[in-house]
Design a protein around this ligand. Structure first.
Ligand code: B12
Ligand code: SF4
Length: 409
């Protein structure tokens, strides 16, 4: 059976240097498919979709709200040709009802152990309209090594340098941050994968540079230290979301090859200053995620925050505008207060103001977003800071003999 799995394109963050990482959800999903399924994967961010090419069944995998409308367009085209379409992935769960109007089936939840049934239903002509496994998580041991062979890996490089490969060591998150929908998606409890499976998966990846995409590694100190200890012999270099702020953990992370972290920066406190310094003390670079548009943000506040980021020598910064994504507390509050000014999901890129800020006008916040990107990268442009980050990893690799020339001609 020929199954075409599509990852729709979306508009990238305005002002950020464009780079495209290999998708993660589709390759993890790919590992859950029955053996008889012949899967072809198309990432529309790097290659066009051939709507005339034959396929028995279409799967659409969507991660972001900003992808969903394009997903619907693609589905409508295939369905007009009489080909059945199933949707899955994060944005399907967040936009389940709306998506049903464009799909023969929507799959909600995690796919491990569930695809035999879905494909058997398809073959029998009995596809269900909705497969709802929300908050009904399969055993975490069932998460297998992602099927990266479906990727056209040549396409994922930045100026010839191979991009990181994505991998995850856990699901769920025990925190419940204001703008985040992860509790709705992956549950409130932390679900770590067994170490042996994670290490075997990492070892199998033909790339020394990884992105461990777990929501936050700082969920369980013992587990985190155990993971880093197991990773040391692999000599991989990796980036991730936050690491526990603890000397022992940071030391092990550095030994295990920590390269840089994505760290949320919400103010200019000494706490944040020390947090960045401690990462730097262990040779770990920091890419800040800075959310603009919180209720206490004024022009002065945002400008001082950018000055602070330069002063603490943050390695990279990613500025985003607070966005009321469905199934978040932000959405409920903004919706109840009638503060949402755009309901067009294509605007939900995190680079556009779609709500009425409290102490600024939407236009003022939008120009402060541009100000932040421009001011932060005024003296050292993004490409230069990215080069410094690459230099950092190459130096680490040269030290332990894992450096390989990766630039393609
Ligand atoms: C990894 C990640 C990223 C990576 C993505 C890299 C990549 N190429 O994939 C990076 C860091 C680049 C990223 C960026 C952004 N991200 Co992000 N990211 C995540 C994260 C942490 C994990 C996603 C993941 O891989 N999960 C693991 C996979 C295996 O799960 P899955 O995709 O659900 O797949 C399973 C099932 O859904 C199913 N499935 C998947 N596809 C299909 C298809 C079919 C047909 C079927 C049946 C089943 C199925 O099978 C899989 C196995 O069970 C999520 C949070 C989360 N935990 O979900 C946020 C998340 C998706 N990101 C989010 C956001 C907002 C962003 C940004 C827009 C903003 C930002 N700065 O963070 C940017 C994008 C900006 C840009 N430049 O365009 C939001 C999405 C909100 C929304 N509604 O759009 C999330 C939910 C986090 C949050 N804070 O709420 N992100
Ligand atoms: S923002 Fe990160 S730490 Fe906070 S709830 Fe979401 S996934 Fe967890």
């Amino acid at each position: 059976m020929k199954f075409k799995l599509i990852y729709p394109k979306w508009e990238k963050l305005d002002r950020q240097t464009p780079f495209i990482l290999p998708p993660h959800g589709p390759v993890v999903f790919g590992a859950t498919l029955p053996d008889y399924v012949d899967v072809e994967f198309i990432d529309e961010n790097v290659q066009p979709i051939d709507f005339d090419q034959a396929a028995d069944f279409i799967g659409i995998s969507v991660m972001l709200t900003a992808q969903i409308k394009r997903g619907w367009e693609i589905a409508d085209i295939f369905r007009k040709k009489g080909i059945k379409v199933i949707f899955g992935g994060i944005a399907t769960m967040l936009h389940a009802e709306e998506t049903q109007g464009h799909a023969d089936a929507v799959f909600l939840g995690e796919a491990e152990g569930r695809m035999e049934q879905v494909f058997a239903d398809f073959k029998a002509g009995k596809l269900q309209k909705v497969y709802n496994y929300m908050q009904d998580f399969p055993p975490i041991e069932n998460v297998g090594t992602a099927r990266r062979s479906i990727l056209n890996r040549e396409m994922y490089n930045y100026r010839g340098v191979q991009m990181v490969d994505l991998v995850h060591a856990s699901r769920g998150c025990r925190f419940n941050c204001y703008p985040c929908c992860v509790n709705f998606l992956g549950g409130r409890s932390f679900r770590p994968r067994p170490f042996d499976k994670v290490i075997a998966e990492m070892a199998s990846i033909d790339n020394n540079r990884l992105f461990i995409v777990d929501n936050s590694l700082a969920q369980d100190k013992e587990w985190e230290m155990g993971l880093f200890k197991e990773m040391i012999p692999l000599k991989k270099k990796w980036c991730c979301h936050p690491i526990e702020d603890d000397d022992k953990v940071l030391d092990l992370a550095a030994q295990a090859g920590a390269w840089f972290v994505y760290q949320a920066i919400f103010d200019s406190s000494d706490f944040i200053r020390d947090r960045i310094k401690r990462y730097h003390d262990y040779g770990i670079a920091v890419e800040g995620s800075i959310l603009l548009g919180l209720d206490y943000h004024t022009e002065d506040y945002i400008k001082k925050l950018v000055d602070f980021l330069l002063e603490v020598e943050l390695d990279m910064a990613e500025f985003t505008v607070l966005t009321p994504f469905p199934h978040t507390r932000t959405f409920d509050d903004m919706h109840n207060a009638k503060r949402i000014i755009s309901n067009d999901w294509n605007d939900y890129t995190c680079g556009k103001v779609v709500f009425q800020p409290k102490l600024l006008t939407p236009e003022e916040l939008q120009s402060l977003y541009y100000y932040a990107w421009e001011k932060f990268y005024e003296e050292e442009p993004q490409t230069y800071k990215m080069f410094k980050l690459l230099k950092n990893v190459m130096e680490k690799e040269k030290l332990d003999g894992t450096f390989k020339q990766r630039v393609r001609q």
